[in-house]
Design a binder for this molecule. Sequence first.
Ligand SMILES: [Zn+2]
Length: 706
Amino acid sequence: MVSGSDEHGTPITVTAETTGESPQSVVDRYHRINSDALLALGCAWQPNIDARGIEYGGALFNRTSDPEHKRYVQENFISLMEAGLFEKKTMQQYYEVREDGGRFLPDRYVEGICPNCDSDGARGDQCDECGTTYESHELMQPRSKMNPEAKIEIRDTDHLFYRLDKFQTPLEEHSRNRDPDRKANVRAMTKQWLDMGLRPRAVTRDLDWGISLPMDEDEWHGKCVYVWFEAVQGYYSCARIWSDRIAEGAGHSAGKSAWEKWWRISEEGVEPRHLYFLGKDNIPFHTVIWPAIIMGLNHAAAGKGIDDDTALPGPGDLQIEYNVPAMEYLMLAGGQFSKSRKHAVWLPSFLERFDPDTLRYYLSINMPENHDTDFNWPDFVEKVNNELNGTYGNYINRITSLANRLEGDIPLAQYENGELCNEEMAHLEKIHADIVNSLGLHRYKEALRHVMSAAQFGNQLMQQAAPWTHIKQPNDDEAVGSMAHLAFSWRIARFLAITTQPFLPFSAQRLWEMLGQPGEVSEAAWDSAIDWNVEMTWDRSKSAPLFQRLDLEEILAQETALVEENTNEPKDPGHGVKGSSRKNNGDDKMTEAPEGTTYIDFETFTSVDLRTGTITSVEEHPNADKLIVIGIDDGSPDGRTVCAGLKEYYSQDDLMGMSVVFVANLAPRELRGVLSNGMLLAADDGEGAVRLITVDGSISDGSTVR
Ligand SMILES: [Zn+2]
């Protein structure tokens, strides 16, 4: 298992220039904070070598500023260049003219007025206010963000481009092979990229902070490897560094080449399977770009050149992705998580106050597998109190408190009677198979629900058996069945310790110890959860509640205090987003939303551009019975066309001349052959009445609605 911190790129240099630090000290700080937080959250980055030995692999959370990562990237760069897979092109880039010679400005270093919405503070290549992207020369009144008084101009600059187009055919073949197992979002986004046709993409840029180009010529001075091209190579470099530094470093003779088992298809054709876990914005980098780089390395290693056909990996080659089970987004109270907007759950402070398993439970049961999901504190508290603690924690507490009222070192063992519990065993075996099946399909939420169903099942059994009615005379004849089921609950608890372990490693270990089981639950065999012959054990000294109930009021008070504290700190400019000052400035704090409501923040609201307009034409839609095609004077010279489902509710005459409100920045969409550019606002009572929203009095077309 490999991953790491992506430590190059302009957000880091912008932060460093603003705070006066070196970029290295910025990334050192964040790498430490992040890797500590991941470990504290129970991510399995340690130990680095599997307890069973290096042949089972291991884990490494590395960083792209590692000199060895740089060395592997430079080595790969040279291989690809020598195979003719780069081409040189001239681009145009803003340049800050200075006495000392000046410098090229990456897009994030340029600010100006958006050519689309006229808002100031738009970036070199895109406007955060309206979301438009454009060519840098289209930006109006461009200036250097760091040095606004400096003269800036557009200059030619040479760059190398990777020939992604050479890999179109094998990537299409790969998608045909892998699509049946891909999630819908991964399939769709990959298809979109391939359908557009791959084009060469710049692998170098004018920036100091990054991996320097392995070329001596003067013209490459001051340029580095583009971060998109080298960060993905971290998966490969990380495996090699694990091999060199950890496996070999620990004295394993096979260490040096240990990585190959995980990366190369064997000569006999045994294929390693690579799974990449990421958010949806990164899908094409893992299903298109990174496989194209790997295939380029295979191509180069085989001594092939630019005129030879490229192909999918074969025996001896480096392997490409097997699956990319990408997630949608986790939102915070309706807005996307963002460090800069002080709009985040800050992990280090969370871990100081809560059991990490509570967050792991909430993130797992609320995982954005198929659509965006929302993190909100009331829901967090509800799920922890009612599900994690209410169902699972309380079940375990009932078992331990009843067992501890019985005699003996291993109090439940004497009441065990497997013959009376055959049905229960079969039921748990079924749950176990369901968990395995869901995990295999990357449906983690579903897998965890299966796990939790074992705790529910245990609670029901306990309720039916009512062992508390026999606890004072447990050896009476009529107690046999009830006590056998209480004894069986030890096995259900052990089943829960093993099956919750990947999701809730800390509480799983606590439970493991309460049950008197030796060693680490993480090292117990998965199938041992349904081994009904394991000898019972017990440890009275370890009995304790598995989880604590949470108090919503208290958490909200703490969060509010934290937000206020953060607001007083200087804003992290590296991730600065326009409009951030509007949030959390003390007097407009977000309060808890009523049930059934997800609050959105002000920025989300203003991201919808609502405008006024006058209806100037109304026509039947040529291909759709319910739609009409409406022309609107929106204040622009050409007006706009909107398709609306209003035919049942308005006649053409009613609509003509009406003053309406429409969404101006909805992506244009073709509706049965007519391009619809926006949407009219209308009220719908859900019982058949639909009425348009109109403007009170007169106002010029194109006015903003707020
Ligand atoms: Zn704009």
